[in-house]
Design a protein around this ligand. Structure first.
Ligand code: PA5
Length: 425
């Protein structure tokens, strides 16, 4: 991974804050500050239990043998990491995709669930229901409905098609799993939802999809090596956290995550949860937004270039695209494109990236550049780990607890009141 922070902040000036960044990384590594009992993910890459990995791979194989679809039921951190990695890796057009993940329980759309029920009627499928608490309403409803369908279709064999990822001991899902004999996987106590992609939460469905989870873990391990160094000069995660914080101090309270490769859209969705839920509390936050370029240059470009000057952008760039294509010469040249004939589309995409950066910096939008070599398991995992460490440092810089999400409960309370849930008033 390569980083360029020079168009976001004066790098000499940044050095003055290195100490502060290092102090806050130490809080993460020493686990001695607020929220420290949710830091199990930090050292997990290098210590991932071999036994669990074997169990995940075995279950994934079984799922693929038994079915063509795995319905991943979960919301927030219980599905976004999986979807982000899956979407980034898969081909845009796959006529003969041999095994598919389908997501459910991440909203309350009755149309979606009805259509899914109908779609699954004549399909071979398994379910992986993922909920750390085991009580989240959206996945609980989806699971109740899809479990009934599965039982109607497969009878007694249905229980061999249900895989549960939940708390080690607590919660309704755990209880049900023991009662029904479902195969279960544990979301470790010390790993919160949005940091849980490196656990059975992400690894089981991704392995079922055919993602190489050994390479994914290798990427997480490299991330651990690179981004836990307590030397801000060497550690780009510290620098990124510091720059965000300093820009926030200058009134830049919206950060836009940008990509120039649409398969990365769900990396942004995952990132928005990670940063939004970790930092947005106590009346503070950098609002995490996202755009796909160049698509959104034709919808949001105007605002970014000339709207309120409270925005900075972080651009994920891919050095080597999976595929490239040459722009052909045309005798007539009616579209006037012959000046780039013979160049590749990725060459044009890279020039668009460069040109947009120049335009935005000129328009007072500080620009942070993160370049990954290519989109593969290793690079994606490194990127995810980079953001996880950064948000931890950044949350501590903001003096909030980056590992809780008390505000999420309020909508639930209001909804439960309206639904007449016993015990809620
Ligand atoms: O980051 C978090 O903790 C949350 O976003 C959760 O992942 C989300 O609310 C789902 O929770 P659960 O896995 O308990 O169903």
């Amino acid at each position: 991974m390569k980083f360029d922070f020079s168009k976001a902040y004066d790098l000499k000036e940044l050095e003055k804050y290195y100490n502060k960044g290092e102090e806050n990384l130490k809080k993460v590594l020493n686990k001695d500050s607020e929220g420290s009992d949710f830091l199990g993910w930090v050292e997990l890459p290098k210590a991932y239990p071999e036994e669990e990995l074997k169990k995940i791979k075995h279950a994934a194989e079984e799922i693929r043998k038994k079915s063509d679809y795995l319905v991943v039921i979960g919301i927030g951190g219980s599905y976004l990491g999986t979807k982000a990695v899956e979407n980034s890796l898969k081909d845009y057009f796959e006529d003969d995709e041999e095994f598919k993940l389908i997501y459910a329980g991440n909203h309350l759309s009755s149309t979606y669930l009805n259509e899914l029920v109908k779609f699954l009627k004549d399909k071979e499928y398994c379910i992986n229901v993922i909920s750390k608490s085991g009580t989240t309403t959206e996945p609980a409803i989806a699971f109740r409905i899809l479990k009934r369908e599965l039982e109607e279709k497969y009878g007694k064999d249905a229980k061999n098609r249900i895989y549960v990822t939940t708390d080690r001991e607590k919660g309704a899902l755990k209880k049900l799993s023991i009662q029904e004999g479902y195969e279960t996987f544990v979301v470790p106590d010390d790993i919160g939802g949005r940091f849980s992609v490196i656990s059975p939460v992400g690894l089981l469905p991704l392995a079922a999809k055919g993602v190489d989870i050994d390479k994914l873990l290798e990427g997480f391990r490299k991330g651990q090596e690179l981004f836990t160094i307590v030397d801000a000069k060497e550690n780009k995660a510290i620098q990124y956290a510091l720059i965000r914080h300093l820009l926030y101090g200058q009134g830049k309270d919206i950060e836009i995550l940008v990509n120039y490769e649409p398969s990365l859209t769900y990396i942004s969705a995952w990132w928005k949860q990670l940063f939004g839920e970790s930092e947005g509390k106590d009346g503070k936050a950098i609002f995490p937004a996202s755009v796909d370029f160049t698509t959104d240059l034709h919808s949001m470009g105007q605002l970014i270039q000339e709207g309120k000057r409270n925005i900075f952008e972080t651009v994920i760039e891919v050095k080597n695209p999976k595929e490239d294509i040459e722009i052909p010469f045309d005798e007539q040249n009616l579209d006037g494109l012959n000046y780039i004939a013979g160049k590749t589309l990725d060459y044009v995409n890279k020039k668009a990236t460069e040109g947009t950066r120049t335009a935005h910096v000129k328009g007072e939008v500080p620009n942070i550049s993160i370049v990954i070599d290519k989109i593969d398991e290793e690079n994606l995992a490194m990127l995810l780990y980079f953001f996880e460490i950064s948000v931890s440092i950044s949350g501590y810089l903001l003096e909030v607890n980056p590992f809780n999400q008390p505000g999420v409960e309020e909508y639930k309370k209001q909804m439960f009141k309206l639904l007449g849930k016993p015990g809620v008033n």
